[in-house]
Design a protein around this ligand. Structure first.
Ligand code: ADP
Length: 261
């Protein structure tokens, strides 16, 4: 029995299919979230990659920033619920999820039995989210995907003192004009995001096992800086950006199981 999870974010759309709530049979991603053709394209890509069609799906859950506007799912579930479920699917011992997406960041605490016990989020300020990194990549004329490798070459990390994205943008422009090396700036930019998210995490409470979810999990420099700031190991799975979609597919499966009982 296949269930589908769709996570419509602010910048990307992700889909995942689970078989009997266990095997991940397919997943897909398309740039473009709410208000774009991203969700439809991500779904089309999914059918193509796993050879299934809509008629094979027993139940669908939509989550994410764009979930309210999506028609065609049986259920909708909050991002908090889905990231917690998706994280726990990959790490059964999970107690803390640090989710950094394109426009917000959330820290979710789980009890031993996997229930959400607390959360703290920042959806008001771009600093401490993927948006900050995307803006900086644009100034530096870089691809944000290369930030991790670039920061790893830093020898003298530059501290970004501005707490506001707009001011930080000017700060980076003037540092560049002063001849500061790109890798040192990128290391400072990634650290600045990590410091903000670490403050959120401390408010939520950090218990191990800790993992990251969301697209920024792929940025190794942010991950390492978070580990340093929080003094914990942070688990990383290459499917971290899909945790919301995986959790949504699991949510559908759990609903079906409840109905059967
Ligand atoms: P949303 O769900 O809000 O659309 P995502 O969780 O998909 O957000 O994350 C999008 C963010 O992830 C982008 O803003 C970008 O900064 C970051 N990102 C995506 N892929 C990568 C990558 N390969 N390396 C570094 N950062 C990435």
């Amino acid at each position: 029995m296949y269930t589908l999870g769709i996570d419509i974010g602010s910048t990307t759309s992700k889909c995942a299919i689970l078989d009997d709530g266990a095997e991940l049979v397919g997943y897909s991603l398309e740039i473009g979230g709410l208000g774009t053709d991203g969700p439809a394209t991500a779904i089309a890509k999914l059918w193509e990659s796993c050879g299934l069609t809509a008629s094979d799906i027993a139940r669908t859950t939509v989550t994410g920033y764009g979930r309210m506007k999506f028609e065609g799912a049986d259920d909708e579930a909050s991002e908090l619920t889905c990231h917690a479920l998706g994280g726990r699917y990959v790490y059964p011992q999970l107690r803390t999820v640090i989710d950094i997406g394109g426009q917000d960041a959330k820290v979710i605490s789980l009890s031993e039995d996997g229930r959400m016990s607390n959360f703290v989020m920042n959806d008001k300020c771009a600093a401490g989210t993927g948006r900050f990194l995307d803006v900086m990549a644009n100034i530096l004329k870089m691809d944000v995907n290369d930030f991790g490798a670039c920061a790893a070459a830093s020898t003298e990390e530059v501290s970004i003192s501005s707490t506001c994205t707009v001011f930080a943008e000017s700060e980076v422009i003037s540092q560049l004009a002063n001849g500061v090396k790109r890798e040192d700036l990128v290391a400072g930019i990634c650290n600045s995001v990590a410091v903000r998210v670490a403050a959120l995490a401390r408010r939520a409470g950090v218990k191990e096992l800790v993992c990251m979810s969301g697209g920024v999990a792929k940025n190794e420099a942010v991950r390492r800086a978070l580990e340093k700031s929080l003094e914990v190991d942070i688990a990383f799975d290459p499917r971290a950006q899909y945790f919301g979609a995986i959790g949504a597919a699991l949510y559908s499966y759990n609903k079906l199981m409840k109905q059967k009982r």
